[in-house]
Design a protein around this ligand. Structure first.
Ligand SMILES: NC(=O)c1ccc[n+]([C@@H]2O[C@H](COP(=O)([O-])OP(=O)(O)OC[C@H]3O[C@@H](n4cnc5c(N)ncnc54)[C@H](O)[C@@H]3O)[C@@H](O)[C@H]2O)c1
Length: 323
């Protein structure tokens, strides 16, 4: 396979850094751009000296500011662009709602323009949040969603939906090869312990011997995908036939209640922490499970890592970073 020149926007984040690792491991050249708003340089520290890797601290919203010449970083060539540059957890994206909205709309347009100029393939990391609080279960890609356009989650949900729209418009207008992936809840090493996602919250609380916070009665369900499975899915999607645009769901269809997750974390950490219950935040979806039939059929992809194995690996990582 010929090495490619690949841009990963948001490459210093949780998912992006694993993607950079994988692509570098396959012999490709990677330029990672990131404004480090929710990502961390530690996530890519081990790559910084690699001859095929380049990091540029930059905001995708201001990609075309005067004086920035991207071509010099890859000798005038880019083959593929992955757009992952957006905060992903509710506390993070609600901290800067306008910035979140900009990253997924203006940032997407900026990166699509770059892809158009270089005739590069473009992949958008969209989200299961485009389904909102779904009235259809499990969610198939043909379901248009049930999203509140003016709520506190809308800066993320609606801007991801707009990002999908503009990808389709670039595809229809310019015949560009675009790929839309709807990522469901993903966890694993390098999640930020402070970003408020349920898996990292529970593990941190259990290891620090603090009570585990469950919102509502803990009966709401989620499906949890281990990071290694997602990375394979993203790469397969980018490599898929040019007529396959998606959107395609990538997630683990096995569904757990939040209470079951809390109990599993307590079991695997051996923690004696208690569970405390707090009121549900607004617009918190009651259930979420991907229908992955399309990914199975088109990408021959299916998650391989069980919650038990994935949680054990993630707990090991948190033990090293926390204790
Ligand atoms: N983790 C999940 O479960 C999940 C689920 C659905 C979708 N996604 C999507 O996957 C992508 C990556 O998520 P993640 O979990 O790795 O989150 P993350 O916060 O760890 O990574 C996002 C990265 O993008 C960077 N970034 C944010 N805004 C930027 C901007 N304007 N310009 C440049 N860089 C910017 C951050 O600094 C960070 O490094 C996001 O687009 C997110 O919406 C993630």
């Amino acid at each position: 396979m010929e090495p490619k020149k690949i841009l990963v926007a948001g490459g210093a984040g949780f998912i992006g850094s694993h993607l950079c690792d994988y692509l570098i491991g396959q012999g490709h050249g990677v330029v990672c751009i990131d404004n480090l708003s929710t990502g961390r340089k530690e996530n890519i520290q081990h790559l910084l000296k690699h001859r095929n890797f380049k990091f540029i601290e930059m905001d995708v919203v201001h990609l075309h500011r005067p004086g920035v010449n991207f071509s010099k970083f890859w000798g005038g060539r880019v083959d593929e662009i992955y757009h992952l540059a957006s905060p992903a957890s509710p506390p993070q994206y609600q901290k800067n709602p306008i910035g979140t909205w900009q990253a997924n709309t203006i940032g997407t347009v900026n990166l699509l323009e770059l892809a158009r100029r270089h005739r590069a393939k473009f992949l958008l990391a969209s989200t299961s949040e485009v389904y909102g609080d779904p009235l259809v279960h499990p969610q198939t890609e043909t379901y248009w969603g049930n999203v509140n356009p003016v709520g506190i989650r809308s800066c993320y949900d609606e801007s991801k939906r707009a990002g999908e729209t503009v990808c389709m418009d670039y595809h229809r207008t310019y015949g560009m090869i675009v790929k839309i992936v709807r990522i469901f809840n993903t966890y694993g090493p390098r999640m930020d312990k402070n970003d408020g996602r349920v898996v990292s919250n529970f593990i941190t609380q259990a290891l620090m011997k603090r009570p585990l916070t469950v919102y509502g009665r803990g009966k709401q369900t989620r499906s949890f995908q281990y990071i290694a499975d997602l990375i394979i899915g993203l790469v397969k999607m980018m490599a898929s036939s040019k007529s396959f645009i998606g959107p395609v769901n990538l997630g683990n269809p096995k569904e757990f209640t939040i209470k079951e997750l809390a109990l599993k974390v307590l079991e695997l950490t051996g923690s004696k922490s208690k569970i405390v219950y707090k009121p549900l935040p607004p617009d918190d979806p009651q259930q979420r499970r991907p229908d992955i039939a399309l990914a199975e059929k088109t990408l021959h992809w299916r998650p391989q890592v069980s919650l038990h194995t994935g949680l054990k690996r993630t707990i090991e990582y948190f033990k090293i970073t926390l204790l």
